[in-house]
Design a protein around this ligand. Structure first.
Ligand SMILES: Nc1nc2c(c(=O)[nH]1)N[C@H]1C(S)=C(S)[C@@H](COP(=O)(O)OP(=O)(O)OC[C@H]3O[C@@H](n4cnc5c(=O)[nH]c(N)nc54)[C@H](O)[C@@H]3O)O[C@H]1N2
Ligand SMILES: Nc1nc2c(c(=O)[nH]1)N[C@H]1C(S)=C(S)[C@@H](COP(=O)(O)OP(=O)(O)OC[C@H]3O[C@@H](n4cnc5c(=O)[nH]c(N)nc54)[C@H](O)[C@@H]3O)O[C@H]1N2
Ligand SMILES: [Mo]
Length: 763
């Protein structure tokens, strides 16, 4: 047996922390790492994270400082845990799969599956079999290629990827899918920042953020909205600390008083370890979930009224006149926004909003950062459009210290989109791709993640290929999704570690194990590096330094190239063999297809790499009118009937997306348990519940289906009254597949209507 047990569910609760990081963070990271691998491997991985000649931290997409300014330990607690989870010395071998049937593996927790270690050789589950068995690479890839060729239409295949994939492999994946004949490239962005992309593309003409690290350091005011940086982007706290040192101020907007938003102790500075740390938020707005559109609309109305009182002193008329359209309609609409609606939707007081308004008036340069707290709501797209209105009014876009900053999740999620991993790439990109490789890419939009599930459910998609993610656990309505996957003729996963997507199989299932970011990658032409793009459009090289987890692993580039060659044969003429042996040859092609990558190989060889041009910062808005667009946005707050709460599903401190690393959520004071639901004490009283009661979470949706997550423990917690919070992926079962954000089709993971059914009392 593997010797790894699921940790006991033994909940204990301590008061939420008022500050993030400091010495305990370093200790926690080392503890986890040493539990996974040797002292030597731990040291080697940690010394190479985010260094110029090392590898990019796969933890998140927050940028590194310029080469000369990097700390010798340019990583955070959670990045260190994440990389050592990959560098683990534990191995999943053919013996392991002989020991456990797939049904048995399916009863194991996400934690247990991940703790088994790195996958080491290709495995297959044949139709009707109950066990995975070893298979050679040639046979595995022939099998997959054969199924792809046998489909009636290329649109019956789905190619899912997470933003973990590097640029080179991402470029090849989308080239392969399109040469094969489909735009079915669902990705984790569909579940993540799609709302940001939709809103920013429409209003600014580019779906990315506009700020650099330097802008963050030198802005006067920064909003951190719907984001928990202490856990999910810890290095952002060093940036905010610098902002504060330079005299900037911070407004945090969140239903939860997250530790990292309050106070920060820098783990790599002496005063961070022993001192009181830096106060981060100058103003904390404890908002109702989904209330952000109303908040920014109220701020916009206040700005318009302030301009009425002192004409010419509040709005940036030169900018608005020269660089935007739609101001008049927007202003008329915003002036009608009612205070009653705003206060009801936000749960804030008028004084709080006016205080923040005064801070805005005192600030020349303003940045708004956000993450999942904005994107995963029904009106996520209009909310982000309203944020853009807010910034446009005072010309806070395209100049130093100002702009939009959607803080990305996966380390290369932005790069994958740049490389063409999107089911709706613009025609200009498809033309350039087809021109370069001599074929005509399909023009019909492909399926995104939610539509991909519907297609599998309905029998319209039959082959699922997943790269670098855990589709079954990342997606909503777990039961529906699992059923949909099981209907497939074939499911195949290119992965580093075991996860639930390997235990929920189609008739045939393949596990194709691959090199991780930290593994050395040697091909025919010698040692290779890959590239990634961070949240601020910086592209740089990443080189694995460790001996690969097994001699049987292939790189993602190699797997995709070999699969493509077998599936497509000679047509169209793509030099897949050259791509596999020398990644420079891929980058030469990227340079010819993707704007901004001219002379790619030469520029990425420089320490620190290069920054992609962002037209917005040159005052150019690539929208149809050539100007930034003001929009009119409305919202309907979800109706929360009596006895119900609005549940948000989020990350604990000890998990990386679908993978729990331990059972603790240290900053929120939750220990040794994940099946907990955080509820405001006043709601507990109203619902007749007591702290630590056992409950089932039952989601209510108008399709009448009862979705239930069983056996949770209630924890009294200072969240906004009326709302609740619980961890993903355990709660994905509650998110109805059809409950999605308008326009972006992103599941509303931060807005799930639930009631709590008491099943027992505190023990
Ligand atoms: N350690 C670690 N790092 C990670 C990840 C990880 O799992 N672990 N995941 C990576 C990925 S893919 C992503 S996308 C990012 C995610 O980064 P985050 O977006 O920080 O992740 P969540 O845990 O989903 O937290 C959402 C935050 O939004 C708040 N929130 C919820 N609803 C609302 C609302 O309506 N309004 C406002 N203003 N706030 C709201 C929640 O209280 C919470 O603080 O992190 C990345 N980094
Ligand atoms: N309810 C709810 N659902 C959510 C969210 C939420 O907040 N609430 N957040 C959503 C968000 S923001 C995201 S981004 C998605 C995340 O969804 P995914 O990106 O699909 O999930 P991950 O957990 O990051 O995937 C983990 C797996 O990736 C594989 N892997 C890791 N590194 C590598 C590598 O280098 N190469 C390869 N080939 N494989 C690798 C390992 O096998 C590991 O088991 O989940 C979404 N789902
Ligand atoms: Mo994400």
């Amino acid at each position: 047996m593997s010797g790894i047990e699921d940790p006991d569910d033994d909940l204990s609760v301590t008061p939420p922390k008022q500050w993030a990081t400091g010495l305990p963070a370093v200790t926690h990271a080392l503890e986890y790492s040493l539990g996974q691998t040797s002292v030597r491997r731990t040291a080697l991985t940690l010394l190479n994270i985010n260094q110029v000649k090392g590898f990019d931290c796969p933890g998140c997409a927050w940028p590194e400082p310029a080469p000369g300014k990097r700390h010798r330990n340019e990583y955070c607690e959670n990045g260190a845990k994440h990389i050592n989870d990959e560098a683990t010395s534990r191995r999943v071998t053919a013996d392991f799969f002989r020991q456990y049937s797939i049904d048995e593996l399916d009863t194991k927790s996400d934690y247990w599956l991940n703790q088994q270690g790195r996958l080491t050789e290709p495995m297959v589950k044949r139709p009707g079999a109950h066990y995975y068995e070893p298979i050679g690479w040639d046979e595995a890839l022939d099998l997959l290629a054969g199924e792809l060729r046998r489909l009636d239409s290329p649109d019956e295949a789905l190619f899912y990827t997470s933003g973990r994939l590097n640029n080179e492999a991402a470029f090849l994946l989308q080239l392969f899918a399109r040469a094969y004949g489909t735009n079915n490239l669902p990705d984790c962005s569909n579940l993540c920042h799609e709302s940001s992309g939709c809103a920013l593309n429409e209003t600014l003409g580019i779906g990315k953020g506009s700020v650099s690290l330097d802008d963050i350091h030198h802005c006067d005011l920064i909003f951190v909205v719907g984001q928990n940086p202490g856990t999910n982007h810890p290095r952002m706290l060093s940036a905010l600390e610098e902002t504060k040192r330079n005299g900037g101020r911070v407004v945090a907007v969140n239903p939860l008083p997250e530790a990292g938003l309050m106070r920060f102790k820098h783990p790599q500075r002496a005063r961070g370890v022993i001192g009181r740390g830096t106060q981060i938020a100058d103003e904390f707005l404890q908002i109702r979930p989904g209330g952000d559109l109303a908040l920014f609309q109220a701020l916009n109305r206040l700005l318009l009224e302030a301009e009425d009182d002192a004409p010419g002193s509040v709005l940036d008329h030169d900018f608005v006149d020269a660089s935007t359209t739609g101001f008049t309609e927007f202003a008329e609409h915003a002036r009608k926004a009612s205070w009653d609606d705003a206060l009801e939707a936000t749960g804030l007081t008028r004084e709080e909003i006016e205080r923040v308004h005064a801070m805005v008036l005192q600030s020349k340069s303003v940045i708004v950062c956000w993450a999942m707290g904005l994107t995963q709501h029904k009106h996520g797209v209009p909310t982000i459009r309203e944020v853009v209105n807010f910034l446009l009014l005072r010309g806070n876009i395209g100049r130093p210290g100002a702009g939009v900053c959607p803080v990305r999740g996966h380390s290369n999620v932005q790069g994958d989109r740049t490389m063409g991993v999107w089911e709706r790439m613009p025609q200009t990109f498809l033309d350039a791709l087809g021109g370069e490789f001599g074929f005509t890419p399909p023009t019909r939009h492909g399926l995104d993640s939610v539509n991909g599930i519907r297609a599998m459910r309905d029998g319209d998609a039959k082959v699922f290929v997943g790269v670098a993610g855990n589709f079954v656990r990342a997606t909503p309505d777990s039961r529906v999704t699992e059923e949909a996957m099981r209907r497939c003729r074939l499911t195949a996963h290119i992965s580093t570690k075991l996860n639930r997507s390997h235990t929920v199989c189609g008739d045939t299932a393949l596990i194709l194990p691959t090199l991780g970011r930290s593994d050395r990658d040697v091909q025919a032409a010698g040692e290779q590096f890959i590239t990634v793009e961070d949240s601020m459009s910086e592209v740089h090289a990443s080189r694995g330094r460790l001996a690969p987890a097994s001699p049987h692993l292939l790189s993602e580039v190699a797997i995709i190239s070999r699969l493509a060659r077998r599936t497509l044969g000679a047509a169209p003429s793509v030099p897949w063999e050259d791509f596999e042996s020398d990644y420079d040859t891929i980058r030469d092609r990227i340079a010819r297809v993707v704007p901004g990558f001219e002379d790619f190989n030469a520029r990425v060889a420089k320490p620190g790499g290069f920054k992609l041009p962002n037209p917005v910062n040159e005052g150019v808005f690539p929208t149809p009118s050539g100007k930034a667009v003001f929009t009119c946005n409305d919202f309907t707050m979800p109706h929360v009937p009596e006895g119900h709460l609005l549940l948000q599903t989020l990350r604990s401190h000890d998990q990386w997306n679908t993978v729990p690393y331990a059972m603790n959520d240290r900053y929120r004071g939750i220990h040794n348990a994940r099946r907990v639901v955080l509820v405001h004490p006043s709601d507990l009283d109203a619902l007749g519940l007591a702290d630590r009661d056992r409950v089932d979470l039952v989601s209510t949706w108008h399709d009448g289906i009862v979705r239930r997550a069983e056996d949770f423990r209630v924890v009294a917690y200072p969240t906004t009254p009326g709302s609740a919070a619980s961890y993903y992926p355990e709660t994905n079962v509650l998110v109805p597949l059809d409950s999605v954000a308008d326009i972006s089709n992103t599941p509303t993971s931060k807005s799930v209507l639930v009631r709590l059914e008491r099943t027992g009392s505190a023990d």
